[in-house]
Design a protein around this ligand. Sequence first.
Ligand code: FE
Length: 201
Amino acid sequence: MGGKHNGPAEPRVALRVRALESLLIEKGLLSTEVVDEVVRVYENDIGPMNGAKVVARAWVDPEYKRRLLADGTAAVGELGFGGRGGGDRLVVVENTPAVHNLVVCTLCSCYPWPVLGLPPTWYKMPAYRSRAVLEPRKVLSEFGLEVPESVEIRVWDSSAEIRYMVLPERPRGTERLGEAELAALVTRDAMIGVARVGALV
Ligand code: FE
């Protein structure tokens, strides 16, 4: 990995976190199980909640959606999300009936932290990083997402400078839902592009 991806600050922060974690565990103030649980919650629930709010706002407010697609960094900033770890620029790419977007970092694990939290383990694995580019349709199928041949798949390679988030399609049957209810439907995987937002039954 080079300077274009995780800058020197990220490994340094990771080392300090690791050192702090070891110290707390040694002093008996924290267990590894608790740490694992916190990380799991941050990967799956807390982190992606910011992105889910952004998506729900874009679904209910066409003017916000226009700003989000034009300048992702500024638009998520309007909702109070941003800061370190997000790269210089956030680019939001929109799924449509004709185009499906998929996000990867082929060199390491660049990820839009301010909107999605911590990357899942599979996002950092060499298999995902290489195969997402070479055979995206097959990779998506392994995630349980069948994308018809008629739909174009666009793969976006993240870097320290530009990080990507997918704006999923709003599912049918959600016309009566409010913004908070819509946000509750949006998953991390849908914003990486390995899943759709499920329709209500
Ligand atoms: Fe990277």
